[in-house]
Write a protein that binds this ligand. Structure first.
Ligand SMILES: Nc1ncnc2c1ncn2[C@@H]1O[C@H](COP(=O)(O)OP(=O)(O)OP(=O)(O)O)[C@@H](O)[C@H]1O
Ligand SMILES: [Mg+2]
Length: 470
């Protein structure tokens, strides 16, 4: 959004002739603009320093400093308001100079009021488009994001910051979060941000390896250590020497192995299976799980002492449904990746499709969103992803999403058993209630609330009786 979007677009009129000034102000006011009018360049500068405007309409010839000075003052604003210069007959040269100096349009006096309206609309619309393009550029500029992780929600920005700080500390890290939230990406980012970045990053999925093999996999073995162990083998601990060892699905590690791991972490020495010798290693441990380790500890399936040893630092990744801002960014990123990988045209999300995604609770988190976008990119008929390109469950679940369930108890069965008509709430009251519920659900994030409600942010502010502060 542009920096100064208010309920109405704002215009500053600078014109010394009082009659003309009032005429311009009235015309623009009728066209729907919120108008401020001043008589000199000096006054204009003062007002510009304090308020953001969408558009400045200034006479070229003013007493004292002229319209060029006003133009210069508007150029100094970020984002700069649009600018329309009003020039007298026979001053075309100056009009051209004004355009070169950054004015968007010029109109010759006496000003044709229809032309003025058209020009004002054209300039403010172009400015809105520019702001939108700028926003998309920012999204694109983030590109690979933080070590492959996209996210601009406050929660993700905090996460990136935490990763940077923990990365340099070298203690072990436990990463928790639901399935598909990006635990592996966080582990890789921790490594990449750490002083060990040049060293190896070795990952092992503790759930994917038979119990009998896990020990030799991690610690290595000497030749003939057990049946099937032909040659000697370096374990992953040794391979990760000088780098990071990522123990994924740590909750699935058998308890016997947990004890060995604990001992190893305490003295930093590895004894390969069948060997009498210990090898010193220098490995940073990063572990991850989507399980609740406290429950595993309570049930005797996970060693509490190992838990504390692993959890020098803890990183908890919030589920996707709690960071709605990231849904759009991630969806666009996945669509772009699909387009690049498969030579498909660039795809966008229709507002309806985006709204559906924002209501969906994503039990499979980011991984699920990625697969939804892969599917949608395949099914979409044109360059816009429509709700029909999303699977049925997105809409079924939407009814159960917090945003919708919260609303159900107010929206359904309004006031049972009340005969008196005046006891029934008005549509406006109901609407206000619903808006408040949605706002609560999104923690006051108006942009997200507006998306869920299917209205523009401006409209939302109007309904709340507030002025858009940005
Ligand atoms: N913030 C993100 N930005 C971009 N891609 C992401 C992000 N988070 C996750 N992904 C992608 O989502 C998928 C799942 O991530 P990952 O494998 O790290 O999840 P996980 O938390 O380890 O899940 P599980 O518990 O099921 O193993 C991967 O393809 C990953 O690249
Ligand atoms: Mg994983």
């Amino acid at each position: 959004m542009s920096g100064n979007t208010q309920t109405r677009e704002t215009v500053l009129v600078v014109e010394d002739d009082r009659g003309h000034r009032e005429l311009l102000a009235e015309e623009l006011g009728e066209a729907g603009y919120a108008v401020t009018a001043v008589a000199s360049a000096e006054d204009a500068e003062q007002v510009l320093a304090q308020h953001a405007f969408s558009l400045v309409v200034s006479d070229l010839r003013l007493p004292g400093a002229d319209g060029f000075q006003v133009l210069e003052a508007t150029r100094a604003q970020a984002p700069a308001p649009g600018f329309i210069m009003l020039t007298g007959f026979g001053t075309i040269d100056q009009a051209v100079t004004a355009l070169k100096a950054g004015a968007d349009e010029f109109l010759t006096k006496p000003v044709d009021l229809d032309h003025l309206r058209l020009a004002a609309d054209r300039v403010t619309e172009a400015r809105q488009l520019k702001a939108e393009v700028r926003r998309y550029r920012e999204v694109l500029a983030q590109g690979d994001g933080f070590h492959g992780m996209q996210g601009s929600s406050p929660a993700m920005l905090r996460l990136f910051d935490l990763i940077r700080r923990i990365a340099v500390a070298d203690g072990s890290v436990l990463i928790t979060g639901e399935s598909g939230t990006g635990k592996e990406l966080v582990a890789r980012a921790l490594h990449a941000e750490s002083p060990r970045a040049e060293g190896p990053f070795v990952a092992i999925n503790c759930a994917g390896i038979p119990e009998a093999l896990l020990e030799s996999e991690l610690l290595g073995h000497v030749a003939g250590a057990f049946s099937g162990a032909r040659g000697a083998r370096r374990g992953l601990f040794t391979e990760a020497d000088g780098g990071t060892l990522f123990l994924d699905e740590i909750a699935e590690m058998p308890t016997a192995m947990q004890s060995k791991l604990l001992r190893l972490l305490q003295d930093g020495r590895v004894r390969p299976v069948g060997s009498n010798e210990e090898i010193a290693t220098n490995v940073r441990i990063v572990a991850a799980t989507h399980q609740d380790l406290q429950t595993h500890i309570a049930e005797g399936r996970f060693r509490e002492d190992l838990y504390y040893r692993l959890e020098t630092f803890r990183i908890e990744i919030p589920p996707l449904r709690e960071r709605g801002e990231d849904v759009e960014r991630l969806a666009l990123q996945f669509l772009r990746e699909q387009s690049l990988a498969r030579g498909l045209p660039e795809r966008r999300l229709s507002p309806e499709a985006l709204r559906a995604l924002l209501r969906y609770p994503f039990p499979g988190n980011v991984r699920e969103l990625a697969s939804l976008m892969e599917r949608a990119a395949t099914l979409a008929a044109g360059e816009v992803i429509e709700p029909r390109d999303l699977p049925e469950r997105v809409f079924e679940q939407a009814g159960n999403a917090p945003a919708a369930t919260g609303a159900a108890d107010t929206a359904d069965a309004p006031v049972p058993g009340v005969a008196d008509d005046s006891q029934w709430p008005t549509l406006e009251e109901r609407e206000r209630e619903y808006i408040q519920r949605v706002l609560e659900h999104v923690g006051g994030n108006k942009q997200r609330a507006a998306r869920i409600l299917g209205i523009g942010r401006k409209t939302l502010y109007r309904k709340l009786g507030e002025t858009d502060p940005t």
